[in-house]
Ligand binder design. Structure first.
Ligand SMILES: Nc1nc2c(ncn2[C@@H]2O[C@H](COP(=O)(O)OP(=O)(O)OP(=O)(O)O)[C@@H](O)[C@H]2O)c(=O)[nH]1
Ligand SMILES: [Mg+2]
Length: 350
């Protein structure tokens, strides 16, 4: 079934209906997005990372007292506290090595120590620099096709935040002037189709659905056809939650991928894995398995606001070849942000 949206106004759409009196050119979608959202976005990121920040800062402030000498036992304890954020041993070791060089045997200067930790974290998160996005441009993490449509396939374990992240991503894409169609590929539960349909109605975008129990690959196929026939810029395909250890379900994902690629050469252009940040390091083993099934191109780290283990973003960057592209910092439609190492670290220490 195709549900074609009557275009409704989104909060970020106000510029479309405004007249300029012929004097001022309308702002580009990107500029508009930036001016309206940037400040609020950093505050949201800060609020989203509050639990991780609290764990990191309170713990360590208790440990390191100004005026004392920073010795090796204190550093070892410091590392333990870092590890509690789930940033992983490799990252914590790297931070410790830096602290040893710059601060070991010296009087504790908390600001200087934080600066060292911040700089190192940013460096670790930037990695090789190939996955640094422009946080002002919500499309920058995505490799979109030059021909319509670009296809984004979304997968993950049950309840990770896939459907909500799809709605948020659709909103970001639409706010920057793209037409979007959703494909309700979670045919496992009728409620899943209803959930995505509701989002499409709120967003004012098309949706392609089929009855429960239909092969999800055929929904993805129908989504491709609809996007091609109606000239949509972007198709986003939702999938049912699945355990990374279930071979059958992983094969189903591979099939969805294959069917999309057959209909639209080069697609899916993005295959996003949604990870629930509250599951911490477990996300890394999920990522490895999903990556094999769907040739994952990026991660969405959802529910960062619900965890003190936000350090997992660092572990993922360190241990996986797959970059974090977006982070979810709440349940609202605007609570998805481009992942920026600098913003992430600044929010942790703001
Ligand atoms: N706090 C918070 N909650 C989130 C975030 N993203 C999703 N959620 C919530 O997590 C729950 C599950 O989200 P869904 O989007 O339905 O997850 P899903 O992966 O599609 O779930 P299944 O389709 O059942 O596998 C919902 O209650 C969402 O509101 C986030 O960034 N922060
Ligand atoms: Mg879902």
């Amino acid at each position: 079934m195709f549900w074609r949206a009557g275009r409704r106004q989104l909060p970020g759409d106000s510029h479309r209906s405004q007249t300029t009196g012929g004097l001022t050119p309308p702002r580009s979608p990107k500029t508009q997005w930036k001016t309206e959202n940037l400040m609020g976005f950093f505050d949201k990121l800060k609020a989203g990372l509050a639990k991780t920040k609290q764990l990191l800062q309170t713990d360590i402030r208790d440990l390191l007292k100004a005026g004392e000498i920073l010795d090796e036992p204190k550093l070892v304890e410091f590392e333990k506290r870092l590890l509690r954020t789930d940033m992983g041993v490799i990252a914590a070791d790297a931070i410790l090595a830096e602290l040893r060089i710059k601060h070991l045997g010296r009087t504790v200067d908390l600001d200087a120590i934080w600066q060292t930790v911040k700089d190192k974290l940013k460096q670790l998160l930037r990695g090789d620099g190939n996955s640094s996005w422009d946080s002002d441009n919500p499309l920058s993490p995505l490799k979109l096709s030059t021909t319509k449509p670009s296809v984004i396939l979304v997968a993950g374990v049950n309840g990770a935040g896939k459907t909500t992240s799809i709605a948020k991503l659709a909103k970001l894409l639409m706010s920057t002037g793209n037409s979007v169609v959703l494909a309700a590929g979670d045919t496992f539960r009728a409620a899943a189709v209803e959930q995505l349909t509701l989002w499409s109605q709120r967003l004012g975008c098309d949706i392609v659905t089929k009855p429960s129990g239909t092969d999800p690959a055929s929904v993805a196929f129908a989504g491709c056809e609809h996007a091609l026939n109606t000239g949509k810029d972007i198709l986003i395909v939702d999938t049912a939650g699945r355990l990374q250890t279930s071979q059958n379900l992983m094969q189903e994902l591979t099939k969805i991928h294959r069917v999309i690629a057959k209909k639209i050469p080069g697609a899916p252009h993005e295959s996003l894995l949604v990870l629930d940040a509250t599951t911490g390091q477990n996300g890394i083993s999920q990522a490895k398995n999903f990556s094999e099934a769907t040739q994952c191109t990026g991660l969405v780290l959802a529910k960062l606001d619900g965890t003190a283990k936000g350090g997992v973003a660092v572990a993922i960057r360190q241990q996986m070849g797959i970059p974090v592209k977006y982070v979810g910092v709440g349940e609202g439609i605007d609570d998805l942000q481009v992942f920026s190492p600098d913003n992430f670290v600044d929010a942790l220490f703001a």
